[in-house]
Design a protein. Structure first.
Length: 93
């Protein structure tokens, strides 16, 4: 019988993705949400309460992408993109 040498099995990098809508965005590592932000122009921890305080959807998407890429880099993960969630298309509709 031959002995099989122990081989180091390389771990696959975690997959990092984002989801965004008019209400804000979230970043996930696998199935675990690791970051969330609201749509308020001055305070990402809060939802906007008036149209003048809302971020544009394009801006929310850009923030989602940037944050997901940063989290992927910090955690040795692989950024796989962002997805628009359709339950809330526009701010305060």
């Amino acid at each position: 019988m031959r002995k099989i040498k122990n081989r180091a099995v390389a771990k696959k990098p975690p997959l990092v993705h984002g989801e965004y809508s008019g209400n804000g965005y979230a970043v996930w590592i696998g199935r675990r949400m690791v970051y969330a932000a609201g749509n308020h122009v001055l305070d990402s921890t809060q939802p906007a309460t008036s149209k003048k305080d809302c971020l544009q959807l394009k801006t929310i998407r850009q923030f989602c992408q940037r944050t997901a890429k940063e989290i992927a880099a910090e955690n040795g993960g692989r950024f796989v993109g962002v997805e628009r969630m359709t339950e809330a298309e526009n701010c305060l509709e």
